[in-house]
Design a protein around this ligand. Structure first.
Ligand code: PEP
Ligand code: MN
Length: 362
């Protein structure tokens, strides 16, 4: 297996540390001309740090374009030579890892349909043993953090030192605004559990369409993601895969210029002091909330005792509806959404039932 050259290795190290890290390129490599022209035009924007292209495409349904295969790897090598930018491709099998490394692919990524399968991840991880190459791991298609963490562990156990994460959203049944629901809270939780790993966002596969790409990208940056991977094609409507979500290199350059990069004024002391003050206020309020919730649960326990003594069930649906209705009315005045109130009270209700249950069974 060939290894990538020393200077390119240094470039990759710099890119790995750069914030925001921007990866772009077509969903799929289609022809040599398409890969090289996309790469050249992306490099011209001056805003892209790494080139991407799918060589082997795991498509959900058979019959759609399943990738050009290893034949596209020399095109990526050539794109790197012309632009000086490192390249990344998706790998799903040991053979694909071997082929990608033979053609000096600088960074590998594991796709969402692979992360769901521990056998496949292990196969890729075994092929990576003894190799020094950074690996990005997309979240699994289903909202299961354990699978995502499992993939990270398998790759890390194979000796890979540089592992990064890509948040690309999660499949959900039925028509939603997104192709893959972002479920931002899962990405946040993954980051909380793995603070040392970089996490970039993939607005293309979350959106599935061009018109909301910028919104998704902005939200990701607001949530302190480390970068973006966005698909770009020289003629998006004619792309052989994911045509609806791809944008031209020039549009990508423009879009990146429209994003408010939240880290810009990180050096301003005044900003820090103001932020610190607000955060302290939040901490005080959170403490109070916890205290109040604790008190609420002690009352629930008293109610539990009363219900036990009178031999009645814990759940009284009417009472619960009444609580929710009251909360909605109050919430409206306080600018709290119905969605939030429902989620909050569901959690409180569950905790309350557990407390009462403990009492009834004691
Ligand atoms: C891709 O990046 O082109 C791709 C197939 O993505 P995912 O694995 O997120 O579906
Ligand atoms: Mn794609």
């Amino acid at each position: 297996m060939q290894q990538t050259s020393t200077t390119m290795r240094e470039t990759v190290q710099q890119v790995w540390k750069k914030r925001p890290m921007i990866i772009s390129g077509p969903c799929s490599a289609e022809t040599e001309e398409q890969v090289l022209e996309t790469a050249t035009r992306l490099a011209k924007t001056g805003k892209v740090d790494m080139l991407r292209a799918g060589i082997w495409k795991p498509r959900t349904r058979p019959g759609s374009f399943e990738g050009i295969g290893a034949k596209g790897l020399p095109w990526m090598q050539q794109a790197k030579k012309i632009t000086g930018l490192p390249v990344t491709v998706e790998v799903a099998t040991a053979k694909q890892v071997e082929d990608a490394l033979t053609f000096e692919v600088d960074v590998l990524w594991i796709g969402a349909r692979t992360t769901v399968n521990p056998f496949s991840v292990q196969d890729v991880a075994d092929a990576l043993r003894g190799v020094d190459v950074p690996v990005l791991i997309k979240n699994p298609i289903n909202p299961d953090l354990e699978l995502w963490i499992g993939a990270v562990e398998r790759v890390a156990k194979a000796g890979i030192k540089q592992v990064g994460l890509i948040h690309r959203g999660f499949s959900s049944y039925g028509n939603t605004e997104y192709r893959n629901a972002p479920m931002w809270h899962l990405a946040i939780e993954m980051k909380r559990r793995n603070p040392e790993l970089l996490m970039i966002n993939d607005p293309s596969h979350i959106s599935g369409r061009r018109d909301i790409l910028l919104d998704v990208a902005q939200k990701a940056i607001d949530l302190d993601m480390d970068g973006l991977i966005i698909e770009s094609h020289i003629d998006p409507d004619k792309a052989w895969s994911d045509a609806k979500q791809q944008i031209t290199p020039e549009r990508l350059g423009e879009m990146l210029g429209q994003i408010a990069w939240r880290k810009e004024d990180i050096n301003s002391e005044e900003y820090h002091a103001a932020l610190e003050k607000l955060r302290q206020q939040i901490n005080h309020l959170d403490d109070e909330l916890m205290q109040i919730l604790g008190q609420r649960m002690s009352i629930a326990e008293k109610i539990g005792e009363y219900k036990k003594n009178n031999n009645i069930t814990i759940l009284q649906t009417n009472r619960w509806n009444e609580i929710l209705e009251r909360a909605f009315k109050k919430g409206e005045k306080l600018n709290l959404s119905k969605e939030f109130i429902t989620k909050y009270f569901d959690a409180v209700h569950m905790e309350s039932i557990n407390h009462q249950n403990k009492i009834m069974n004691s």
